[in-house]
Design a protein around this ligand. Structure first.
Ligand code: NAD
Length: 282
């Protein structure tokens, strides 16, 4: 029976460290690190995420500036807001909650954010730096996972890691981070042949597809570490990509959903805000 990785406990520990650094920053520079959160429209899940982010900011002494824009906001209006936030000295991080309404062009908006304030790590400049092995602001979910692996003493060097999902925000940066730590990487996706065999070969499995319980317990190699990023809303509540009840019989370590990767993702957003704030003072 595997050990359950407790994302809430790890997140709490990391947030204590972030609180200390936010306070030290405020004492030294006379202002708290600041995070601007931009929400467009009325998407319920996005509203919940934004509320959680705001709560986490308050808990750790980061000032959050909230912008809730109308569903019909134009591209020009949101770009003007980004320009204003880029110019403000009290805003260290800018987060635009995704997904955006269909009239807005996501790529153009994310590229408009000053890379030094790109606390989501989605700007091509920051993703490029990561690819070059010079990470600065790195997407929060993969860095949160690296933190979890380190806290649980997982040896990554030389291990076979299989990542299922190739998004720019989870799968691809996850692969780079694990490769930087000398794992051998396989990235799987919707066109991958014989996914069960790929998963079976892995010492570390990271599942990020958004397909509820698609990774079966029998696919997991005995002793593997299983990280479940997926979040799907089903009739029985929030579930991950991994069939947890089966997989825990094979894994040595496994994250639950909820209570695994999710709390760490928000925490790393706070971490990135502190890092960004440090780059805005001399
Ligand atoms: P995405 O939709 O951009 O990408 C999904 C990926 O899964 C794609 O690369 C696709 O090729 C792959 N995929 C889909 N079906 C597949 C299949 N049958 N076999 C193999 N691969 C398949 O998703 P994303 O933004 O990377 O998010 C993935 C999941 O993680 C979602 O459920 C999302 O809600 C969740 N998520 C959770 C957190 C968190 O903090 N816990 C953060 C980000 C995303």
């Amino acid at each position: 029976m595997g050990i359950i990785i407790d994302g809430k406990v790890l997140a709490e520990k990391k947030r204590e460290d972030i609180s200390r650094r936010a306070k030290a920053f405020a004492d030294k520079y006379g202002r708290s690190p600041g995070l601007a959160v931009v929400l467009v429209g009325e998407d319920q899940a996005s509203a919940v995420y934004v509320r959680n982010k705001k709560r986490a900011c308050i808990q750790t002494g980061i000032t959050s500036f909230d912008y809730h824009l109308d569903e019909n906001t134009t591209q020009k209006e949101i770009l003007a807001l980004i320009d204003e936030l880029n110019a403000r000295d009290d805003v260290d991080g800018i987060l635009v909650q995704l997904p955006l309404p269909s009239q807005l062009i996501e790529e153009e908006i994310l590229v408009r954010i000053d890379p030094s304030k790109d606390v989501d790590g989605f700007h091509p400049y920051n993703l490029g730096r990561l690819l070059m092995g010079e990470p600065s602001l790195v997407p929060c979910t993969p860095t949160g996972i690296m933190y979890m692996l380190d806290e649980y003493g997982v040896d990554i060097d030389g291990k076979d890691a299989v990542i299922i999902g190739r998004s720019n925000i989870v799968g691809k940066p996850m692969a780079i981070l694990l490769m930087m730590r000398h794992a051998t990487i396989t990235i799987c996706h919707s066109h991958t042949k014989d996914l069960p065999a790929r998963v079976k070969s892995a010492d570390i499995v990271v599942a990020a597809t958004g397909r509820p319980h698609m990774i079966k317990g029998g696919w997991i190699k005995d002793g593997a570490v299983v990280i479940d990023v997926g979040i799907s809303r089903t009739e029985s509540g929030l579930v991950g990509d991994v069939d947890f009840d089966e997989a825990i019989n094979h894994a040595s370590l496994i994250t639950p959903v909820p209570g695994g990767v999710g709390p760490m993702t928000i925490t790393m957003l706070l971490e990135n805000t502190i890092v960004a704030a440090g780059s805005h003072v001399s």
